[in-house]
Design a protein around this ligand. Sequence first.
Ligand code: ATP
Ligand code: MG
Length: 425
Amino acid sequence: MKTLPVSTFSAPKGTYDLLPPDSAAFLAVREALAAPLRGAGYGYVETPGFEHVELFSRGVGESTDIVTKEMYTLTTKGGTRLALRPEGTASVLRAALQASLHRAGSLPVKLWYSGTYYRYERPQAGRYRHFSQIGAEAIGTEDPALDAELIILAADAYRSLGLTGVRLLLNSLGDRECRPAYRAALQEFLRGLDLDEDTRARIEINPLRVLDDKRESVRRQLAGAPAMSDHLCQACKEYHEQVRDLISGAGVAFTDDERLVRGLDYYTRTTFEFVHDGLGSQSAVGGGGRYDGLSEMLGGPALPSVGWAVGVDRTLLALRAEGVVQDLPSPTDVFAVPLGDEARRELFAMVTALRRAGVAADFAYGGRGVKSAMKSANRSGARYAVVAGDRDLAEGVVQVKDLGSGEQSPVPLTAVVDDLRRRLA
Ligand code: ATP
Ligand code: MG
């Protein structure tokens, strides 16, 4: 066989191509994460892959890694500054506000999305510059049951995939009542530590984010930091208790994590992260929380909201780490192998009829010999091959071969579609 030249191009650093057969597992994960949302009243939303830079600098936060280090920005020929979307929440809220969804129907506005996101990160396993998320947002309602609903939906999605090693970390970040006093106490504490210049600057802009620092030298010093839980106001305390009760009641286990602040500025009250220990140097498979102030930050009305985003790539890695074998439907049920021109016509028509009847069917293209065609039939994963030559057609039959057992029997051409449907049912 002649070898074909390989392209001189490869995918950019930090990206990868999704190809069969792995892409089927990826689609199945995406579907498993989305299905519970559709079943809970969330409608699908799709927003552009790029937005005005300010949406993210304002919405995600000027001091976050996402905005300062990870955002891909560009200036159009017309001079507009755009950014490839690094996350979904700001865009989804922008879209809901723009369309006035919060005025059109009853609240909350429940939306789910699926898409690819872009962050200029140092690539490693599970950390890419182009990655995939499924997300959900419930906009316009302050109700601990809504926070609980979202957490339960994500936990159930992981469970439906067969994952057992996903842990839920939970925290409350307080609200505009109690957070300022905590923020001041934390700043006071952090100013006394031995930190580099960038981190010192962060103390003044967003001190909570210092708690999220992953460096061991910093983490060690944070041991005695004041805890938000000691500063929560009565309303936040009660709210958080209700969230905890509701998710416990649903049988979803969690760990209280005082240090959980997450990398985005807009969170208030409930914050959570789903982590998995089989992902090498990272652990987050998903995360989210309540963002009661974001709408106003974007110039909208007060719309208390809650949401999450789950990484599809990392969920797939978690499945692999646990050795979970997904139950994927075979891409092909029936493979047609024609011998001769008349058989080509007849079996091509049969394949079309099978597909129209809902049976996944494929065909030996390229007019190959029976040996090579049967090899393709076996490789396709089909359960049945339909083989026919001139002699079969003269008798009005085709040969249906069970590729598992090797058994073969003649079936009238006029009955073969129904026959195969019955066998596959
Ligand atoms: P990390 O702490 O690992 O950087 P993050 O807090 O930045 O995660 P989020 O912004 O909360 O992540 O995004 C939600 C989910 O999207 C994460 O839990 C993770 O599964 C996934 N994710 C985030 N960044 C990447 C990336 N660069 N590559 C692959 N998946 C990612
Ligand atoms: Mg990150």
